[in-house]
Ligand binder design. Structure first.
Ligand code: NI
Length: 189
């Protein structure tokens, strides 16, 4: 089932999401989130973005194409399709690097965000097996962005007050549903 995507202005995006009871059957929810993300051409989707305030996000960067001219040094993302349940970022390290991010909940807006290079994360996979792994580069960035969602944080929170003021009108339009997307959205009440 493809869910509509909750957009900027909906309070669910600002809540700290709750843990999922260990062992509960979320197979269908995970499958639906993957389907929703693919339909919207996203590379990550957190449960609050479909209106569910629980600590779960999915990622799929397997179809992400490297930028032109950067094919050689591009990291291998072909295996980066996963679900992170009740995740906990244990440590972030390394030099912050900037990259233009976007978000399905903030359509048609992309801005540079600096994030640390490496992340250590503990989480349950879809079989409720506890994992602890280290990611860096683009994988770390996707994880950090999605993790922020379950903490009630959005990438625009990192922008300067000046930049935020410039975007105010655009954000207000998104909240009113005055935005073009090729996927279904839920307009905040
Ligand atoms: Ni996002």
């Amino acid at each position: 089932m493809i869910y509509p995507i909750v957009v900027y202005g909906d309070p669910v995006l600002r809540q700290r999401a709750k843990d999922i009871e260990k062992g509960s059957d979320i197979t269908q929810l995970i499958a639906d989130m993957h389907e929703t993300m693919q339909a919207a051409h996203g590379i990550g989707l957190a449960a609050p973005q479909i209106g569910k305030s629980v600590r779960l996000f999915v990622v799929d960067a397997t179809t992400l194409e490297p930028e032109e001219g950067e094919e050689d040094e591009a990291e291998d993302l072909s295996d980066f399709k996963k679900a992170f349940i009740n995740p906990q970022i244990i440590e972030e390290s390394g030099e912050p690097w900037a990259f233009e991010e976007g978000c399905l909940s903030i359509p048609n807006l992309r801005e540079n965000v600096a994030r640390k290079e490496t992340v250590r994360i503990k989480y349950y996979n879809e079989n409720w097996e506890l994992k602890e792994e280290v990611y860096d580069g683009m994988k770390a960035r996707i994880i950090q962005h999605e993790y922020d969602h379950i903490e009630g944080k959005l990438f625009i929170d990192y922008l300067s007050p000046f930049k935020k003021r410039l975007l105010k009108g655009k954000l207000a339009d998104i909240t009113k549903g005055k935005v073009n997307t090729d996927y279904r959205i839920t307009i905040p009440k």
